[in-house]
Design a protein around this ligand. Structure first.
Ligand code: ADP
Ligand code: MG
Length: 393
């Protein structure tokens, strides 16, 4: 996982063609959350200071290969200007004469944002001619968009075949922190896996089980594991098709001498609703008419004990239906326990990251991954095309 980074390049006067992830939420032309723009600032500032001509490209939403003002990056250029305190030029197209002329006008240390790369259908097709057109805009390609690295698109993968390709600082952090946890973790190494479904997370469980010292399971997927052990969970979310997978994973763990921890108590609700009446019950006495929407206090206490011993924690997937405050307690309690760990703590997954941010604990973690799908594939042990395309050290 040792990739060349922007620190390995002599930049002065060179054009840096940088893939960033500026896929921010926009409502009525207003950016409602600029976290992703701010996440790219260290790389942009480092390149500016090194005297590079900084050419930024990104996708925004799903414009389906058509120009569409609704998905224009123009508002992002204006926000970036405010965040950098420096002018940011904007090109109405990401390739062709308009883009090339805008790049031509850049001085060392200047910044240009290109229009949405997904306004061209060739982007998602990873069309080589389109990638070559993009490559004309830079001397060196920088990928700082970890969140898009699991897709082999022209701006994330194809362009790297035409230019020297290095990692940006955000990309570097993602792959070194998560890479180290998966290859050479400080121990004990504990993984906490939750979320709705076993079927979504089976490849992650499969990849992590041989590497971890213990697995803590929560969320809807714990139900399927409990049913595999013979418990009855009423109307809870259970995946009949995944019971065999759950059973197999439990056997694998036993053979390897690893502990898979499952909830011993659950919050049983009368309905899937924020105001549903609910109570905590042991897993052996689950009401036939209820559904499990969170882990219970005894489970939180037991999991907290295990987490306290950890030197490395990887967490993916909330412990309950955290979108409803009544069923967010387990997730928030586990987030607090992870925040207190003296060691490396990594949170990945769109909903888990949202839960940790909602609890105000994001800055207490070593690393909160910016890529939902990308971090999941990383934890599955897959090679991400956008990472593979970068030059090795
Ligand atoms: P991530 O995005 O972090 O990878 P997932 O998408 O796998 O996480 O899972 C998050 C979803 O799982 C949330 O929408 C949450 O409401 C749901 N969930 C968690 N626990 C339960 C449960 N007991 N029953 C139903 N849904 C659940
Ligand atoms: Mg999710």
């Amino acid at each position: 996982m040792h990739k060349r980074t922007i620190r390995d390049v002599e930049w002065h006067g060179k054009r840096a063609l940088v893939r960033v992830d500026f896929n921010v939420p926009i409502q009525d032309g207003e950016i409602t959350d600029d976290t992703r723009i701010r996440a790219a600032l260290p790389t942009i500032r480092a390149l500016m200071e090194a005297g590079a001509k900084v050419v930024l490209m990104s996708h925004l939403g799903r414009p389906k290969g058509q120009p569409n003002p609704k998905y224009s990056l123009a508002p992002v250029a204006r926000r970036l200007e405010v965040l950098l305190g420096r002018p940011v030029a904007f090109a109405e197209d990401c390739v062709g004469p308009a883009a090339e002329a805008a790049v031509e006008r850049l001085a060392p240390g200047g910044v240009l944002l290109l229009e949405n790369v997904r306004f061209h259908p060739e982007e998602e097709k990873n069309d080589p001619a389109f990638a070559a057109q993009l490559a004309r805009l830079g001397d060196v390609y920088v990928n700082d968009a970890f969140g898009s690295a699991h897709r082999a698109h022209a701006s994330t993968e194809g362009v790297a075949h035409h230019l020297p390709a290095v990692a940006g600082l955000l990309m570097e952090k993602e792959i070194t922190v998560m890479g180290r946890a998966l290859t050479d973790p400080d121990r004990p190494f504990i993984a906490i896996i939750g979320g709705a479904k076993v079927s979504d997370k089976a490849p992650v469980l499969e990849n992590l089980l041989p590497k971890v010292d213990a697995l803590l399971i929560g969320g809807g997927m714990a139900n399927t594991f409990l049913v595999a052990q013979g418990y009855e969970l009423g109307k809870s979310l259970v995946e009949p098709d995944a019971i065999d997978t759950a059973r197999r994973l439990l056997q694998q763990a036993e053979q390897a001498g690893k502990r898979i921890h499952l909830p011993t108590d659950l919050v049983a609700a009368d309905a899937f609703a924020p105001d549903a009446p609910h109570r905590t019950v042991p897993v052996c006495a689950f009401p036939a008419e209820a559904m499990a929407l969170d882990i219970g206090e005894a489970t939180v206490a037991a999991y907290t004990e295990v987490i306290r011993t950890a030197r490395t924690v990887v967490w993916n997937g909330p412990m309950g239906v955290f979108e409803m405050p009544a069923f967010a307690k387990g997730t928030v309690a586990i987030a607090r326990a992870v925040a207190e760990v003296h060691g490396t703590t990594i949170v990945g997954g769109g909903d888990s990251v949202a839960a940790v941010e909602q609890a105000g604990l994001a800055d207490k973690m070593t690393h909160v991954s910016t890529g939902g799908g990308a971090s999941l594939e990383f934890l599955e042990g897959k090679v991400l095309p956008g990472v593979a395309a970068l030059q090795d050290k």
